[in-house]
Design a protein around this ligand. Structure first.
Ligand code: BGC
Ligand code: BGC
Length: 886
């Protein structure tokens, strides 16, 4: 009998809600902010820091870092500067303000571009001209022409606008474009020349559509693989990011007399700074590191990009030690423009300015004053334009700061030749639509796929496969180009795509079929692994479904956390005695020990993009069974051995990965792996259990937020406004607590019983938290007091739910005040409760009316002395519900 069960016999002693002096809540606070990492004793951020690039350990950021003097490959040219000054002199105040506003093409017409003197537009992830996903190149060019013409007429100096787009793995918003492997795969290729050539090819496809500027490369150094943008990072180590940043920038922009000519485009180093270092890998979160760690790890790619002459830098959504980057004068102005000598312009991220304290989407002098030069403000640009204009008139933004921002934008436009290139449709590449997804570019992408594959296991030299056999292709990724392409593919999250959306592309199956049939072998495609004829070998392509920023953040690095469908598929094949090659598609290393144990060979294929046939190039040999291409990919991210092992990074002290950074077999290796990788998901006794986040700005997978009224069907609240069924008894709205839409306001009208709850499709094991006297913690604000009793509950399937009353807490609530509520998991204990299979970790229900807002929901373990678990507090900021003890 464990600790929890013993205590759990106690009756539910409800509600110690008491006022408390500062000190007595310290145990709760400490727990809440404790390291959420399962790490070997003694490892800290400071020591991690010290291990990188030989910089001495600095704790807490007290010691200033030695930022280098950067010499940019793009010289300060007197003729350019003169031209910038002349142009600036010709602009009115209104025209200058227009230059620093960047709306999204869905929300602005060419007429408005002219009227408001707009200096830039972007198309966001998944936006194409006229909302036409299948817009041909000619439609893109026509739209670029229309904006161009409107913009030069919109100011006294004839300055055209600059159009930016996220060409982050090829020109990925355009149907038919070449889609290169995402950055994580390129990182494994360890080939700088390849990166340079990809930059050049991407620039050409972008230029073909008449777009001047790409928001790439991402030079993030992703440190926690739970981050949904890990795949946009070349490596967890600055070493690779540094080298790649330089090549990608120069490939995109060109160098020497090729610089920013008609076949090149302006590049962006993003997101400045520390985007890959946020706590627990939470997108847009806080990067809590010393300045020297910021420099040696997170700034490495920016410094290289600046040296290579990158002309724009995008400010990041994240904070550094609590300060939002869009408002950081120190990093944007003092460091980037001062110490690092950046003379291009800083563009904001999607409404990123609104997160600066005191700002809103439509007003933010703080960001401009901190050093932002251009607002990315997709839809609410008109109000922002008007407010910014007013703020310059009243001196809230100085004229000098505005002139500086506009000069920077003009400098980049002049350097990019925009003053002279003329109408978009008359530029040389607009006449070459055949370059879009052209043969040469696809061959390059296929080369990149080959080089990005990392061979992790190859027992009995199962690979390369002799094509003159019977081969089964199975798994959800075998014939799905959308899945193999990942996020930022024709839609923002990469979801919703079908085969028809990828003309000219090949799936992984396509590549296998071709070589197998040519060699006289037999191939069968069966996603669920059933077969007509027993195959000689099965190739099982599985992995993550597409996601991008935000949506891609995960709570656990366990693959198929919850339901292991693919494991079942592997087991079936194994039991039938069929040798199995697993091809794993993913945007990050995940914990797949069980899957590896069941595979004879295992290949990390990342997110290869449109040229799926590059996979068979390497995995399938010739008719003699000899390899056609060897594996050259080496991990640029460490692969975890344990399910709780994150963050896990190269150069960590006590580094204990399953496959180390740099690992990757080739065909000459004869390494044999026993099928004995640790499969337990429980914590080693020495380990700390991390907080389990259920909701932070959005629900974290596998959890979802639902509302249900009476016996009506539950509605999942995935967007920012939802109503329950017909009577609209419940509603959920995304609202701001500390940042944009980081809380949900839930309203009960009281027409019938209504329930708002978090749930997972498959039961989750939370028993470790119950055993450690865990708590559920959330931030709560009551804006309308309950008219009837309110119950909180935890559910573990049919007939398995335990509820506890929240009345004592809610009755006393100072309306409108946010408080942190802790509810002892013991409050939900009884004979029926099974914490090892929780599908609803939290629900709130009432028959009455009530309005509450909820944020930051998590489950916290308490490993400390259990007696302290009963010492709970209530104050203006904190309330607790305690049920443990005697
Ligand atoms: C856009 C993306 C953008 C995101 C920001 C989406 O609607 O398509 O380009 O990054 O919003 O939240
Ligand atoms: C992303 C950026 C992207 C921008 C425009 C943002 O949400 O963070 O990476 O460039 O949207 O789509």
């Amino acid at each position: 009998m464990n600790k929890y069960q013993k205590i759990g016999q106690a009756t539910l002693a409800l509600c110690v809600v008491m006022m408390c002096l500062q000190g007595c809540d310290s145990d709760i606070t400490d727990e809440a902010t404790a390291s959420t990492v399962l790490h070997p004793p003694g490892r800290s951020q400071a020591t991690v820091n010290a291990a990188v690039s030989g910089v001495s350990a600095v704790s807490g950021g007290a010691q200033a870092a030695e930022w280098p003097n950067v010499v940019s490959a793009v010289d300060r040219d007197a003729a350019v500067e003169n031209r910038v000054t002349m142009l600036l002199d010709k602009l009115t105040l209104e025209e200058k303000v227009g230059q620093i506003i960047q709306p999204e093409i869905k929300f602005i017409t060419p007429e408005q571009v002219k009227k408001y003197h707009i200096g830039s537009v972007l198309n966001g992830g998944g936006t194409a001209p006229n909302n036409n996903k299948f817009a041909p190149v000619s439609e893109w060019v026509a739209m670029a022409d229309a904006y161009y013409t409107a913009s030069v007429a919109g100011n006294g100096a004839g300055v055209p606008l600059i159009w930016g787009s996220d060409a982050v793995h090829g020109h990925n918003n355009v149907v038919g474009a070449t889609l290169f492997p995402h950055n994580i795969g390129l990182g494994a290729a360890r080939d700088k020349d390849l990166i340079h050539r990809i930059g050049e090819a991407t620039a050409q496809e972008v230029a073909v559509t008449g777009i001047d500027w790409t928001f790439a490369p991402t030079v993030a150094v992703a440190r926690d693989d739970r981050w949904g943008r890990t795949f946009e990072s070349y490596s967890e180590d600055p070493e690779i990011v540094r080298g790649y940043a330089r090549e990608m920038v120069q490939g995109l922009q060109g160098v020497g007399d090729q610089l920013l000519n008609e076949t090149h485009v302006v590049a962006t180093a993003k997101h400045f700074l520390g985007d890959g270092g946020t706590d627990r890998g939470i997108d847009r979160g806080d990067t809590q590191v010393s300045e020297s760690e910021l420099l040696t790890i997170h700034a490495a790619g920016f410094i290289a990009a600046l040296e290579a002459g990158v002309q724009t830098v995008m400010a990041s959504f994240n904070s550094w030690n609590g300060v939002k980057m869009h408002g950081s004068q120190y990093l944007l102005t003092d460091i980037l423009k001062g110490k690092l000598g950046f003379d291009g312009f800083v563009v904001g991220d999607w409404n990123g300015h609104r997160q600066v304290p005191g700002c809103s989407v439509t007003s933010c002098p703080q960001a401009i004053n901190a050093g932002l030069d251009m607002f990315m403000v997709p839809s609410d640009w008109q109000k922002l334009y008007e407010n910014t204009l007013q703020q310059v008139r009243t001196g809230k933004i100085s004229r000098a700061r505005l002139d500086d921002a506009v000069s920077r934008i003009l400098r980049v436009k002049v350097r990019a030749g925009l003053m002279d290139k003329g109408l978009v449709s008359r530029r040389s590449l607009s006449a070459k639509p055949e370059l879009m997804g052209g043969f040469g570019h696809r061959a390059l992408a296929r080369e990149a796929v080959r080089k990005s594959l990392v061979l992790l296991k190859n027992n009995g030299a199962l690979l390369p496969i002799n094509p003159a056999q019977k081969i089964l292709l199975a798994g959800s990724g075998a014939n799905d180009i959308g899945k193999q392409s990942g996020g930022w593919t024709l839609s923002w999250q990469g979801t919703g795509n079908t085969r028809e959306d990828f003309p000219g592309a090949t799936s992984i199956f396509d590549g296998f079929r071709k070589v197998i049939l040519e060699a006289g072998g037999k191939v069968e495609l069966s996603l669920n692994g059933s077969y007509l004829e027993p195959p000689d070998v099965a190739v099982v392509v599985i992995g993550e479904n597409p996601y991008a920023e935000w949506h891609g953040d995960i709570a656990s690095i366990e693959y198929q956390y919850g339901v292991k469908e693919d494991l079942a598929l592997l087991k079936r094949l194994k039991q039938a005695g069929i040798p199995v090659v697993t091809v794993f598609l993913s945007g990050r290393p995940l914990w797949v020990n069980k899957e590896i144990n069941l595979s004879d060979a295992f290949v990390a294929a990342w997110l290869p993009g449109s040229e799926g046939d590059g996979v068979a190039d390497v995995l399938v040999g010739d008719k003699q069974g000899k390899a056609r291409y060897d594996f050259v990919g080496k991990l640029s991210f460490s692969w975890p051995k344990y399910v709780h092992q994150t963050p896990l990074n190269h150069r960590d002290p006590d580094y204990d990965p399953l496959f180390a950074y740099g690992y990757g077999l080739s065909y000459s290796d004869s390494t044999v792996m026993a099928a004995d990788l640790p499969e337990a998901t429980t914590l080693p006794s020495s380990g700390e259990l991390e907080d389990a986040w259920l909701f932070v700005s959005r629900t974290l997978s596998p959890w979802g937020l639902f509302i249900a009224s009476g016996s009506g069907d539950p509605v999942e609240a995935t967007g920012n406004s939802h109503l329950s069924g017909d009577n609209e008894n419940l509603s959920v709205l995304s609202v701001d607590k500390e940042s944009q839409e980081d809380a949900r306001k839930i309203r009960w009208l009281g027409l019938e019983q209504g329930r708002a709850y978090l749930a997972a499709k498959n039961p989750q094991d939370l028993s470790a938290f119950a055993q450690r006297n865990g708590y559920l913690q959330l931030d709560l604000q009551v804006t309308e007091a309950p008219s009837s009793s309110v119950m909180a509950a935890i559910g573990c399937g049919e007939g398995c739910e335990v509820a506890t009353s929240l009345d004592s807490i809610l009755r006393e609530w100072p309306l409108g005040t946010w408080r942190s509520v802790t509810i002892d998991l013991q409050c939900f204990h009884n004979d029926r409760m099974d914490f090892s299979r929780v599908n609803v970790p939290f629900s709130l229900s009432t028959e009455g009316s009530l309005t509450v807002s909820v944020a930051n929901v998590k489950i916290i373990p308490r490993t400390a002395d259990p007696s302290s678990a009963t010492r709970l507090v209530g104050s203006s900021e904190q309330v607790a519900l305690s049920c443990s003890g005697s």
